[in-house]
Design a protein around this ligand. Structure first.
Ligand SMILES: C[S@@+](CC[C@H](N)C(=O)[O-])C[C@H]1O[C@@H](n2cnc3c(N)ncnc32)[C@H](O)[C@@H]1O
Length: 295
């Protein structure tokens, strides 16, 4: 199962996550991307961004929102269905659909034409880093699309959230990351203990036929988490400056507890979004955006 196949299959419904109505509608998934877009929009406006390129445009809502704010936008995606949706979205808002092309961030030859008018003031890549093989090379590729002094906004799934989720991800983080290289006897005791304490069957594995026969599952494709401390080192090693972490998709409780009182869980999560304490996001947020300046 390829990443492009997965996103081809979800292209028709992806826009729903950006609808304002989803904020308090418990029959719909948590609208985390809505908060992410708010964070980006403010930062783009504060930094006087004029030309934006998006890697992985998806169905086009974020780029269309920036275009509505007067920014000049372009982008690419590895999914043909997403490219088609985004091009439609551009046409609907009176923008040139040819600003959206098919391309793969792992292969610069596929998107060079977006540099025809020069490098960009800002680049965004939301939901792309979980799916790429070589993080460093991809970040270098992204940097070539930015002018010196330009800003990158790149999203990652937060591996440290697994310390709060008390589920199979907690087990994997402790065994594979925290205790990597520790004596096997000790690891066996820890593993035996954790398996009795954690919700090891949660969240359900979204494999290929997760929802219905023939459906595509997110866990059937490469979908990595990242440790924010390692991500900061990576941006530092690549020479990026003014690196900041923007936190979103807060969880006020372990996710499996949400079913006990979905309304209370939703209200508490909404109240936490955009909190500014600085450190709680490290553990309560399942995702973060790195904002960084190319020197
Ligand atoms: C989670 S979706 C997010 C879409 C959009 N950025 C948004 O925020 O709504 C991730 C998108 O990245 C695209 N993508 C994944 N890997 C890619 C790659 N190597 N090159 C370009 N696009 C990619 C997917 O096809 C998908 O449309």
């Amino acid at each position: 199962m390829s990443v492009a196949d997965y996103y081809d299959a979800t292209a028709a419904t992806n826009h729903l996550q950006y609808e304002r109505a989803a904020l308090r509608d418990l029959s719909r998934g948590y609208p985390a991307n809505y908060f992410r877009l708010q964070l980006l929009l403010n930062s783009f406006i504060e930094n006087d961004v004029e030309r934006v390129v998006e890697v992985g445009v998806g169905e086009g809502t974020p780029l269309a929102t920036l275009a509505r704010a007067g920014m000049q936008v372009s982008g690419f995606d590895i999914s043909e269905a997403m490219v088609a949706k985004s091009r439609e979205r551009m046409t609907e808002i009176g923008q040139d659909p040819d600003r959206i092309i098919w391309g793969d961030i792992e292969d610069p030859t596929t998107y060079v034409e977006l540099l025809r008018d020069g490098q960009h003031d800002a680049l965004m890549a939301m939901g792309v880093m979980p799916h790429v093989r070589n993080d460093t090379q991809v970040l270098k590729n992204m940097a070539t699309l930015l002018r010196p002094g330009g800003l990158a906004f790149i999203e990652f799934r937060n591996k440290l959230f697994s310390l709060f989720s008390f589920n199979r991800y907690t087990y994997e983080f402790v065994m594979d990351d925290l205790l990597a290289g520790v004596d096997d006897t000790v690891r066996t005791h820890v593993g035996d203990y954790l398996r009795t304490k954690l919700e090891m069957d949660k969240p359900p594995v979204r494999s290929e036929h997760y929802a219905v026969e023939g459906a595509v599952g997110y866990d059937a494709i490469l979908s990595k988490f990242h440790n924010p401390f390692e991500v900061l080192e990576m941006f530092d090693d690549l020479g990026f400056e003014d690196v900041e972490l923007l936190w979103y998709h807060y969880h006020p409780a372990m996710p499996f507890l949400a079913e006990k009182d979905p309304a209370a869980f939703r209200d508490a999560a909404l109240a936490l979004e955009h909190e500014t304490s600085g450190w709680r996001g490290l553990f309560l947020c399942s995702a973060f955006v790195v904002q960084a300046r190319k020197p």
